[in-house]
Design a binder for this molecule. Structure first.
Ligand SMILES: CC(C)(COP(=O)(O)OP(=O)(O)OC[C@H]1O[C@@H](n2cnc3c(N)ncnc32)[C@H](O)[C@@H]1OP(=O)(O)O)[C@@H](O)C(=O)NCCC(=O)NCCS
Length: 151
């Protein structure tokens, strides 16, 4: 059976979800190193999020093996009283390019809409072409640029 989207189970899914963070953080923030301390804090944040009514975590489950995850949140902004925000998404390399991120993003859309959101948003590094294409494919458009300059 193909991997299925299901709710995160804490702490059973902890180690799999933490193992994904090396690629997520070191790939998207060049120069950043994932440390044991970082993972400890991250685990704490996920634990809190799994109990929060404003956050939701789903995983991709391949016959008992976790091979992907998505973390989302509903929040208010200056313009939107309630907006969905994708905090993190990951699909294991062997499952990429087969639409599993789309399945996770679709599950996020459904959860956001159930919470009353009329819009979803996310941030992505300009170097992460795979993720940018994936988000465009799911209907996301660029609405802001974040600009930096080096001294
Ligand atoms: C980004 C990520 C979640 C995409 O997962 P995925 O399951 O491969 O995505 P999908 O199969 O649903 O891809 C859908 C679209 O994404 C794009 N895409 C997927 N793989 C791609 C690749 N290797 N190169 C370029 N675009 C790609 C394509 O537009 C694709 O649509 P298509 O099938 O019409 O070509 C996955 O690459 C990943 O986990 N990356 C590491 C973690 C990460 O960087 N997360 C994002 C943090 S912002």
């Amino acid at each position: 059976m193909a991997p299925q989207v299901r709710e995160l189970r804490w702490p059973a899914d902890r180690d799999a979800v933490l193992s994904f963070q090396y690629e997520v953080y070191e790939g998207n923030f060049p120069g950043f190193r994932v440390t044991a301390e970082f993972l400890r804090e991250y685990a704490q944040q996920i634990k809190m999020a799994s109990r929060s009514p404003y956050e939701k975590l789903y995983v991709l489950d391949d016959n008992g093996q976790v091979c992907g995850f998505i973390w989302m949140e509903v929040r208010g902004t200056m313009i939107d009283p309630l907006i969905g925000y994708i905090k993190n998404i990951y699909v294991a390399p062997q499952w990429r390019g087969q639409g599993y991120a789309q399945a996770l993003l679709h599950a996020a859309d459904e959860w956001f809409m159930r919470q009353g959101c009329t819009k979803a948003s996310l941030d992505v590094s300009v170097c992460n072409e795979q993720a940018i294409n994936c988000y465009r494919h799911a209907g996301y458009e660029v609405t802001r640029y974040r600009m930096e300059k080096h001294y």
